[in-house]
Design a protein around this ligand. Structure first.
Ligand code: AKG
Ligand code: FE2
Length: 192
């Protein structure tokens, strides 16, 4: 079975008897951290997970295209082994409406994963993995989900505070409104 809809090589760990261990990892370790760092993504109410391994290399997947995860918070552990390439690239968090919008310069962030280390990121943070150019790269991925957050965003109004494009559009509206007010005040002063 494919680990997710994009990677062909890897395995779903929940199918190998690791479901309760990964659930404990989420509840005892990821949820307390996410409560602090990913509060706006439902970090305090993570309640289900999907855990899997992905494998990259010459005879495995080469790279992973730009995407958002089916998760609120993702744990990505680099298991190694020896490889070159495979950098993760991040390009800003987006809501569903803006998932394909351009990235701003300050949102461009590339990261070279180090074997034995882990990163935690929001599932809505758009990312991908560049081509593994030699060796074998293996990662343990834990997609952590919050049913409360998913229910809540159904009723969310247009603006998502955590979406870079929603914020950019809001700033632009504010800028235009301030400019229009200034213009109006200037006109009134001239008419006096
Ligand atoms: O290969 C990686 O490190 C990223 C994997 C990933 O983004 C995913 O499985 O959702
Ligand atoms: Fe991902």
């Amino acid at each position: 079975m494919r680990p997710n809809t994009m990677n062909k090589f890897g395995a779903v760990l929940d199918d190998f008897g690791m479901e309760s261990m990964l659930d404990k990892l989420m509840k005892d370790f990821i949820r307390p951290l996410s409560r602090v760092f990913f509060a706006e993504f439902g970090g305090c109410s993570l309640d289900t997970h999907h855990g899997f391994i992905v494998e990259y290399g010459i005879h495995r997947d080469r790279e992973l295209g730009f995407h958002v995860d089916d998760s609120e918070v993702t744990l990505n552990i680099c298991l190694g082994k020896e490889f070159s390439g495979g950098e993760l690239f991040f390009r800003g968090a987006r809501c569903d409406a803006h998932v394909n919008s351009d990235s701003q310069l300050e949102e461009i962030f590339d990261y070279s994963h180090v074997p034995g280390q882990a990163i935690l990121h929001s599932g809505r943070h758009r990312h991908g993995a560049k081509a593994t150019t030699s060796g074998k790269r293996m990662n343990l991925i834990l997609w952590c989900r919050s049913s409360t957050f998913r229910e809540m965003i159904k009723y969310q109004r247009e603006f998502a505070g955590w979406c870079g494009e929603c914020r950019r559009k809001k700033r632009e509206r504010e800028r235009l409104s301030i400019a229009a007010t200034k213009q109006e005040l200037l006109k009134r002063r001239m008419a006096l």
